[in-house]
Ligand binder design. Structure first.
Ligand code: ADP
Ligand code: MG
Length: 728
């Protein structure tokens, strides 16, 4: 029988870049073509209805039923002109994927065919949702979950070669109002941040009446050839390779980073970018990443809820377009051991209705004090809630990336750069700069000297999980497959809470007669001191930092089941309740769902690895052993001296050793899984999976990879790292 792996390699040899139908010359001509933007509503809605919609969108309100029918009709006309036949509420359940259930516009009215789409269809739907995770909130027998339109994210048309569907971005809640998705809490956190940030803004600028959080998410991913992917059950079923010997050449030459993009990959990028533009996703950058076959794309930042929708859509789109190019997109955080993992850097800031970015320092001292106020409050929030931030990025797959090659560790710290460090140090010194009560006293603190274009990103630290990059923070610890809502919800919430606290303290001080500026500086000074521990400017990838962080008492929670505890501590439960994000019931449900998810992921990996070993690794190894043994026998029969086939006999014993180890450990893996499954509490079960089951996966891999390096290439069934990673 011919080796299927070799056949796949032959197929790949003859691959050509596939030419997408019509290459686009001008992005502006197609941008947003498939989106029902406010601009388009102008043409399809009566003036007063349009004005009401504009207000609703601007203020993040829900759709008024009195105008829902008219808006629905306008959307239907537009969508049908575009060729859509069906519609769906598009939502983001806690599976981590997006969900859709299509309904036709088509209906029968007294036997007559019509196309229909009512205000009710637009505003709300009730998908049969009993199999989405709810963490016990929804009993299956009353499986009612509702989806409701979030007008701040526009309707769009999703197109593939076979048809077009109108998608209405919605939130997903239970009959009793609890959130069952990622979007509902995200929207709440945006509102909490708005309500907390506006009063703080007004200390400096009365014109500011609305603050929105912004997000620009860089997306890293790997591409592998479809034929090789199909031969790797581990990639297909778990998203990562559970076996695979490191190639002689990995990424040590650093020759892939920003290298020229191969034509085959370029053709793929071009096509998915074109599709993204039609959907209004403002992609601007693309480049090769550090690891071979790793790439990145990034859009221009947008309001968080839209940015989240766009990132979810983008992941979906990439996957669909990849199949036209015989590629498979890997979004897993660590598809290849020993090679860089993939993240999704979340660039986050806050913008105002006056067009100001709250994290960009201004040209005068007043603006700079405003900037510092937000900046220091954020650092304080990150310090106080580091564990919650860690929890917000926790997943079975991200655990493999954090702290491994070229990725931030599981320690949360913030990098702010040398200039801001100097300014904060200056502000902190109590003795030299005793604050007097004159309004101008803060000028002496160097605040007037913060340059408008701070740093211009000259000192960039790419090893920090949370880095200030000139006019935004970049949360880099977020994993490549994550839904950004989870970390962004937590970040918005902790900053909102901190700003409320700041404002309260300030009021106490000013009612006692302190000048506003002096009081602000006093508070910031205290915050700078309190949160100093979380600031780190050095190399976050180094072992020294791990030790230093331990001395500082910072957490380094390596595994998800323990990291998730932070969601349900008393302080977090109070925080979520105070800021109206989650009720304790919702937080507990979410915690449970995430633990369950973790268990399932490790469980699947354990099963897949067991199967791979028994069905592929061991049989291939035995074939090779037989070849060796017949050779030994033949040499013996020919009366040759033992020393002449010593290599063969040595190989036989070495290979048999690893083969036995694989078999023994697979048996132990099965046992440990059974034991873990018998544990009643979800958290304890998840911990058993992390501490008892997972280590076997690594041990089996060690022996499996040894076998790959020893067994004849002719016989090895699984595509090798060197074949998957060096795309042709
Ligand atoms: P780098 O690789 O240097 O981090 P990129 O250009 O790849 O830079 O990504 C920077 C991202 O930050 C882009 O998505 C950009 O739109 C985003 N960004 C810039 N300003 C803001 C802001 N005020 N709020 C949120 N994101 C921002
Ligand atoms: Mg970046």
């Amino acid at each position: 029988m011919e080796n299927t792996r070799h056949k796949a390699l032959e197929v790949i040899q003859s691959r050509k870049p596939s030419v997408s139908a019509k290459p686009v010359e001008k992005v502006s001509e197609i941008f947003g073509q498939h989106v029902f933007t406010l601009e388009k509503m102008k043409t399809y809605l009566e003036r007063d209805i349009y004005d009401q919609m504009a207000y609703i969108i601007e203020h993040g309100e829900t759709l008024d039923r009195s105008i829902a029918d008219k808006v629905a009709n306008a959307i239907k006309i537009w969508a049908m002109e575009k060729g859509a036949t069906h519609y769906t509420h598009w939502f983001q359940p806690l599976t981590g994927l997006t969900a859709e259930k299509h309904d036709a516009f088509f209906d029968l009215e007294k036997g007559e065919p019509v196309e229909r789409f009512s205000g009710g269809n637009l505003a709300q739907a009730e998908p049969d949702a009993s199999s989405f995770p709810s963490g016990g909130i929804r009993n299956t027998f009353e499986a009612r979950g509702y989806t409701a339109w979030d007008p701040s994210s526009p309707a769009f048309i999703f197109e593939n070669r076979f048809g077009k569907t109108l998608c209405i971005p919605t939130i997903f809640v239970s009959y009793t109002g609890e959130a069952l998705d990622f979007k509902a809490p995200l929207l709440k956190s945006m509102e909490a941040l708005n309500q907390a940030a506006v009063p703080v803004c007004q200390l400096f600028d009365r014109n500011i009446t609305r603050v929105v959080a912004t997000l620009g998410a860089e997306q890293e991913y790997f591409l592998v050839d479809r034929s090789l992917y199909d031969l790797r059950p581990d990639l297909v079923l778990t998203g990562r390779t559970l076996l695979g010997h490191r190639p002689a050449r990995g990424q040590q030459l650093d020759d892939h980073y920003f290298g020229s993009i191969s034509e085959r990959v370029f053709a793929f990028m071009k096509e998915f970018e074109t599709e993204a533009y039609k959907l209004g996703i403002p992609l601007t950058t693309r480049h090769n990443e550090v690891a071979p076959s790793q790439f990145e794309c990034a859009p221009i930042f947008e309001e968080i809820n839209v940015a989240v929708d766009h990132n979810q859509l983008l992941m979906d789109l990439m996957d669909r377009v990849a199949s036209n190019h015989n590629f498979k997109v890997l979004l897993h955080e660590k598809p290849f051991a020993g090679i860089n993992g993939s993240g999704k850097h979340n660039n986050w800031s806050m913008g105002t209705n006056t067009g100001k970015n709250l994290l960009s320092p201004g040209s005068n001292p007043k603006d700079n004090l405003m900037f510092l106020t937000f900046f220091v409050n954020i650092i304080k929030a990150v310090h106080d809630h580091a564990d919650l931030l860690r929890a917000s990025i926790a997943s079975a797959s991200n655990d493999h990336r954090l702290g491994a090659n070229e990725a931030p560790p599981a320690i949360i710290s913030a990098f702010i750069g040398s200039q801001l460090t100097e300014i904060l140090d200056e502000l902190e010194k109590p003795s030299r700069k005793k604050l007097d009560n004159s309004p101008k006293s803060y000028l002496k603190l160097g605040i007037s000297k913060i340059p408008e274009i701070l740093l211009d990103n000259t000192d960039r630290n790419r090893t920090s999980p949370f880095a200030f990059t000139g006019n935004k923070f970049e949360f880099r610890a977020v994993g490549s497959s994550a839904n950004n809502s989870a970390p962004m919800t937590v970040l918005n919430t902790i900053v909102a809470d901190q700003l409320v606290e700041f404002k309260k303290t300030l009021e106490r001080k000013t009612t006692r007669g302190k000048k506003k500026e002096t009081a602000i500086l006093e508070i910031l000074r205290a915050y700078i001191k309190d949160s100093k521990n979380v600031r780190f400017e050095g190399n976050g990838y180094s072992q020294e930092w791990v030790e230093e962080a331990e001395r500082r008492g910072l957490s380094n929670i390596k595994k998800t089941p323990r990291a998730l505890d932070a969601y349900v501590t008393d302080s977090s439960l109070h925080l979520f309740a105070r800021r109206n994000i989650f009720t304790p019931k919702e937080a507990h449900a979410r915690h449970d769902i995430m633990l369950d998810h973790y268990i399932m992921k490790v469980q699947i990996e354990a099963r897949v690895l067991g199967d791979l070993c028994m069905n592929q690794v061991i049989p291939a190894t035995i074939s090779y052993l037989n070849q060796l043994l017949s050779n030994v026998q033949a040499m013996k029969a020919a009366g040759l001296d033992k020393s002449l086939y010593a290599a063969q006999t040595e190989l036989v014993s070495e290979i048999s050793g690893h083969l036995n180890a694989v078999k023994t450990k697979v048996d132990q893996l099965v046992e440990s899984r059974k034991k873990a499954n018998s544990i009643a509490g979800t958290r304890d079960r998840a911990i058993a999976y992390a501490d008892e089951v997972l280590p076997f996966i690594a041990e089996i891999r060690y022996h499996g990879d040894k076998l790959e390096s020893l067994v004849s290439d002719e016989l090895w069934p699984l595509p090798k790292y060197r074949e998957m990673l060096f795309l042709r």
